[in-house]
Design a protein around this ligand. Structure first.
Ligand SMILES: Nc1nc2c(ncn2[C@@H]2O[C@H](COP(=O)(O)OP(=O)(O)O)[C@@H](O)[C@H]2O)c(=O)[nH]1
Ligand SMILES: [Mg+2]
Length: 437
């Protein structure tokens, strides 16, 4: 493996800038730059960093991590200098002159994965932690890094392994005539695995929503107070609010944090028939946004006689302007309707709570971990494959078929932690990382 180098700290100016090296020549390169005779394992040495002409580039700390007890599993070095883009660039340049190659995005994490230091879930969670835009997202990424998700997957994989061993053994000794159903409790064991998969899928779904940030879309007639609500929820005066219907014509997007969860909130043009070509396009965009919404906030003017039109699990009806109608603030009816006054702020906390409830985000936070769409897909595929395995087994009672189906399920789930993953997928995952990670 070539020795790789990259700036590990963010671009720009900072107190400290770090160049990171990994690979067989990492220590040797660091010795040349620091002109030291040795670098102790996991020890911070003060050092001067010099270039090829013996000129001082910077001074700072050099720390060596001898493999395999390092992040990547290889010999690693951190050169910690001052955090200026030019000075840290010179330091990196010197590493490259001495034979290191500039690392690709995510290459340090990829090596950590390839050397078995972390699994794929953990590698992805590191990227998610760095990209986290809310406390919740950061906490649950940390949970995945520390192995909460991986452990659950591995337990399920272990159970499938146990079942496969049993089935394969039975196939090897046909004369023993092991009765799968009665002695092996095969269908019960499959059911148990299916149950575990379902629980894990629910947790992962929640994790993915919190990680990716759900989309909230404001919809309703003109002048009901959608833009006012966007401003209230974001705490900023972003959208233009007037009493003229048709003021908002384009989509307006803003990140808002509710209960520690970050959401993308989209304000739309009011839905109405119009001849204005700009507004027609605005309405078209509004409809497109509505169809993509995780949660639709249908705003209704409580002082009008209008009735809500959108229903369903993911729509919340927001009856606004109750300062004009004297309706009691908060949830009413079947609970999917919330009375608010954006003007006075009444009912807005109840609305926020309702948003979290509707996404199923009020349960315990203890088992939360970050997850990605890729994981959800694999968990669902695993469920399907195992369900088919069970059905085929019960109808055909053929051990060979079951063995095959179980192997397939095993492979699908194994791709989540990366035990069994194609090179294409690996390339896709790690190339989305930042350089130096
Ligand atoms: N009385 C009252 N007026 C409001 C309330 N919320 C918004 N409005 C007014 O309703 C009008 C339309 O608001 P706007 O946010 O532009 O509505 P949009 O067209 O749905 O985006 C503006 O004059 C707002 O000041 C409220 O809670 N109470
Ligand atoms: Mg508006």
């Amino acid at each position: 493996m070539e020795t790789i180098a990259a700036v590990a700290t963010a671009a720009g100016q900072g107190g400290i800038g770090i160049v990171r090296l990994s690979g067989a020549r990492a220590l040797e390169i660091a010795l040349l730059i620091t002109r030291r005779d040795s670098i102790d394992n996991r020890f911070a040495h003060y050092a001067k960093f010099v270039d090829g002409q013996g000129q001082l580039i910077d001074d700072g700390l050099v720390i060596g991590f001898v493999g395999p007890q390092s992040f990547t599993g290889e010999d690693c070095v951190e050169l910690q200098g001052h955090g200026g883009p030019v000075v840290i660039g010179l330091l990196l340049q010197r590493c490259l002159e001495l034979g290191a190659r500039h690392a690709n995005p995510g290459e340090f994490s990829e090596r950590a994965f390839l050397n078995g230091r972390i699994d794929l879930i953990q590698a992805e969670a590191i990227a998610d932690l760095i990209a986290a835009d809310s406390t919740t997202a950061a906490r649950q990424a940390q949970a995945s890094i520390s192995g909460v998700f991986s452990t659950s997957i591995n337990q399920i994989m272990l159970e499938i392994t146990g079942l496969r061993v049993f089935v394969e053994a039975a196939l090897d000794f046909p004369e023993e005539e092991i009765d799968f159903i009665t002695e092996g409790n095969v269908d019960q064991r499959v059911d148990l695995i299916l149950e575990r998969l379902e629980v894990l899928l629910q947790q992962a779904k929640e994790g993915a929503i919190l990680q990716g940030g759900a989309t909230l879309v404001l919809a309703g007639k003109p002048n009901v107070g959608k833009s006012s609500l966007l401003n209230a929820l974001s705490g900023e005066d972003l959208a233009i609010v007037t009493d003229i219907a048709g003021t908002t014509r384009d989509l307006l997007k803003q990140t808002v944090v509710i209960g520690g969860v970050s959401f993308e909130l989209i304000d739309t043009a009011g839905l109405r028939a119009t001849n204005d070509p700009v507004e027609i396009e605005g309405v078209r965009r509004a409809e497109a946004a509505i169809s993509q919404a995780d949660i639709l906030l249908e705003v209704i003017d409580d002082s009008s006689q209008d009735a809500p039109s959108e229903t369903g699990a993911t729509a919340i009806q927001v009856f606004n302007k109750i300062d004009l109608t004297d309706r009691v603030p908060g949830p009413f009816g079947d609970g999917q309707a919330i009375a608010v006054s954006v003007r006075t702020g009444q009912g807005l906390d109840a609305l926020k709570q309702s948003i979290l409830d509707t996404l199923g985000l009020t349960q315990q936070t203890e088992n939360r971990f970050s997850a990605r769409e890729r994981h959800l897909r694999a968990l669902r595929e695993g469920q399907t494959s195992l369900t088919i395995a069970k059905q085929r087994f019960l109808s055909a009672r053929a051990g060979e078929l079951l063995a095959e189906d179980l192997k397939k399920t095993h492979d699908i789930l194994g791709a989540i932690t990366g035990r069994l993953t194609s090179d294409d997928l690996l390339g896709e995952i790690f190339s989305s990382f930042c350089i130096g990670k």
